[in-house]
Write a protein that binds this ligand. Sequence first.
Ligand SMILES: [Zn+2]
Ligand SMILES: [Zn+2]
Length: 182
Amino acid sequence: MSPKTTGKSKKKHNFVTMDANLKLRNRVNEEFTEYLTLHKHRKTPERFAILDHIYSTKGHFDIDSLYKSMVEMNFRVSRATLYNTIDLLLDCGLVVKHQFGGNVSTYERSYGNENHSHLICTSCGEVWEMKNDDLLTPSQLKKIRRFTVNYYSMYIYGICSKCAHAKRMELRRLEREGSKEK
Ligand SMILES: [Zn+2]
Ligand SMILES: [Zn+2]
């Protein structure tokens, strides 16, 4: 079989984004190395593989989805190692933990994410991301002294349009039933 020759322009584009991502992955790798050294933790290849995997993908994840996506990449790691590594990554600030209201903890990488807020539907639990570049103005950020802001996020709780619609429909249905009973 001959190798595929299509999609050359796409490849070039991927290379550009990969390059920026590679820089970020190197940066977090360095930071994790420093953290492990300072806290006298072992620098195991598994820990670095998990960090690298998290920074190779975007979005929210929980331990289960992280485990599955690592298995898909043919990387076998125990859940205990995942939990243990996530704890370390949380402690050194490379990963943030979200409490979106469900029982499952959701995580997200902290660097390389544009500042964004989370819209959380309290009815169905769905979470959307919303960019908020101008939530804090540069001068407001400057006023936060002796503090390096890496990223910030806001949690906005409410009802999504789907749930609001379903609620209206249910109310109407109950009202109709009620009027029939009379
Ligand atoms: Zn909803
Ligand atoms: Zn997010």
